[in-house]
Design a protein around this ligand. Structure first.
Ligand code: SF4
Ligand code: SF3
Length: 550
């Protein structure tokens, strides 16, 4: 096992990554190795998807599958070895279909790629795990050098984050064949284990650019389906009655669950990245969407254990449900998987509803505590003139975007401390699940504008970018000249690709923490610092002073 894809990876003297029998996330060596094998098959598929395109063959089903299967290997998504094997087999089935179709047009055609004819060594988990060793991501690390290997991982993991957003957009019917072409090009190329550092750095930014378009598509998909988010308050305390908790990023799943539970008396609660749902008109109209429960994903074993109803995980982040003893009442959807946990493939939530009916629910309502969400793209853009006037009148000094993923490290108290230090004449934009570090604190308002504005899920970084671009245009300055500082927290690969997007758009001097993922070794971090001013965190006080002095 060798996995370095997230921020919580083990930092061992041997190999600096999760490389024992189990990763920090609970992923076993077996599943981790099989995920390496799945990725190798996806490189092969992409090589042929590109070749097929040259012959005019574009298979939407295969394109969509490629991104979806890659998403299954993201941190805290799929821990089920058999499901990973099934994805790998399906990948090669699709690839063989493409080979046949290409050869029907040109008998002698081949894909010029080292993995073009990869085959699986049998069917059994044992045989495939053994084969997977060949594709471990560190096999050529020493040969390539730390810097090249690190930037290659930055590309691969960034592309994985983009694949996750491609799947989220696809669920809502949004995709673009040119984006799929770029995806296959990056995926096929990375499968050749390239070693040219400059080309790798350029590719990292190209992936960031591609992801900007993916986030735009996702924004379009969500707002067309559910309306533009508008500010709304959400109760974060339980309400008496039977209940279902839904987590992850997939708003379409939430909509289906709301429809199927309407009139049943079951209350629906959002968890984690589902919180921004309360701002969307087509979701908040359901009166049984009663509130938000719990906090960041890392606390789920304690919080889910106490939730008196079933739980649906629509995407990342799931962790071992056996620890809190709720494996019999958690359900996975789409790419999510945990061995032995019930999986729902088709948005028919009847088993979840049945479970909720059998369970007690909350015995009484607690005193309400409401937080505000819903500052999506349109609301932010509508407020841009007000923001400009407030800045001109010196009523608003600086805006901090504190966004990204949450995690379990103690150092993440930095974000709470940082938010508390934000001066009264400054505002905070939040996105991603990192907001749970401080989103229940009262920050008050400036001239009626709340000081804490939740933009949405991590992918809603798109909305924040659009606001920044709009403000910069109206003021006739560059984005880096705005009184804006980005303080990001990274954990998994969606955060990595968002960082690549920001770098590709020329945003400089971003603070990131609490610590870098292990693949971003010191050499790579120095490189990113030199080129983009990317900086690690120091203390909240020092970083705050530095940002305000800008
Ligand atoms: Fe380790 Fe993160 Fe990989 Fe899990 S996803 S095995 S915690 S590096
Ligand atoms: Fe959180 Fe997993 Fe990344 Fe969409 S839910 S931000 S960590």
């Amino acid at each position: 096992m060798y996995c370095v894809q997230c921020e919580q990876t083990m930092r061992t003297p041997v190999g600096n990554g999760c490389n024992y029998s189990q990763g920090m996330c609970g992923k076993t060596a077996e599943t981790s190795d099989l995920q390496d094998l799945l990725i190798a098959t996806l490189h092969s598929l992409s090589a042929w998807a590109l070749q097929a395109r040259d012959l005019g063959i574009v298979e939407h089903e295969i394109d969509a599958f490629s991104a979806k299967a890659f998403f299954a290997t993201l941190t805290n998504v799929n821990f089920d070895s058999q499901r990973i094997i099934d994805y790998a087999k399906q990948t090669l089935n699709y690839r063989d279909q493409l080979i046949q179709r290409c050869r029907a047009l040109n008998f002698s055609i081949d894909a010029d790629h080292p993995l073009a004819h990869l085959t699986l060594n049998g069917d059994s988990i044992a045989a495939l795990t053994e084969q997977a060793a060949e594709f471990a991501l560190n096999t050529d690390r020493a040969e390539s050098g730390e810097e090249v290997h690190g930037v290659r991982m930055l590309c691969l993991y960034g592309l994985k984050g983009a694949a996750a957003y491609m799947e989220h957009a696809h669920v809502l019917g949004k995709y673009d064949n040119e984006i799929y072409r770029q995806f296959h090009q990056f995926m096929a190329w990375l499968g050749t284990r390239p070693t040219d550092l400059n080309q790798l750095l350029e590719t990292a930014l190209a992936i960031g650019n591609m992801n900007f378009q993916v986030m735009a598509l996702l924004d379009q998909g969500e707002t067309e389906a559910f309306g533009n988010p508008t500010p709304a308050t959400v109760n974060v305390k339980p309400v008496a009655g039977k209940c279902i908790l839904i987590s992850g990023h997939d708003l379409k799943d939430l909509k289906a669950l709301l429809e199927q539970t309407e009139g049943t008396g079951i209350n629906i609660y959002t968890h984690g990245e589902m919180l921004p749902a309360h701002g969307y008109p087509e979701l908040k109209k359901y009166s049984h969407l009663v509130g938000n429960y719990g906090s960041g994903w890392q606390n789920q074993q304690k919080e889910f254990a106490k939730f008196p109803g079933p739980i649906v995980m629509t995407s990342n982040c799931i962790i071992d449900p056996n620890v809190g003893n709720y494996a019999d009442r958690i359900f996975t959807r789409s790419i999510v998987g945990w061995p032995g946990v019930a999986h729902i493939e088709d948005r028919n939530f009847s088993t979840v509803i049945e479970k909720a009916q059998q369970m007690a629910g909350f015995p009484y309502s607690e005193i309400e505590h409401r937080i505000t969400v819903g500052f999506g793209r349109q609301t932010l853009l509508d407020a841009s003139d007000t923001v400009i006037n407030m800045v001109a009148e010196k009523k608003l000094r600086h805006v901090f975007l504190v966004g990204g993923c949450d995690g379990s490290k103690g150092e993440r108290s930095y974000y709470t401390d940082f938010a508390r230090l934000v001066p009264a004449d400054c505002a905070i934009l939040t996105l991603g699940c990192g907001k749970y570090r401080f989103n229940k604190l009262d920050f008050g308002s400036i001239e009626g504008l709340p000081r804490l504005l939740d933009v949405g899920q991590c992918n809603d970084a798109y909305s924040a970018i659009m606001l920044a671009v709009n403000l910069a245009q109206k003021l006739g300055v560059g984005v880096n000249e705005l009184p804006l500082t980005l303080v990001l927290s990274w954990f998994e690969q969606k955060a990595i690709v968002i960082l690549l997007t920001l770098l590709a758009l020329g945003v400089k001097n971003i603070y990131t923490g609490p610590s870098a993922p292990a693949f971003l070794n010191d050499n790579v971090l120095n490189l990113l610092n030199e080129k983009f001013g990317l900086r690690g965190l120091t203390t909240p006080e020092q970083d705050m002073a530095e940002a305000l002095a800008k």
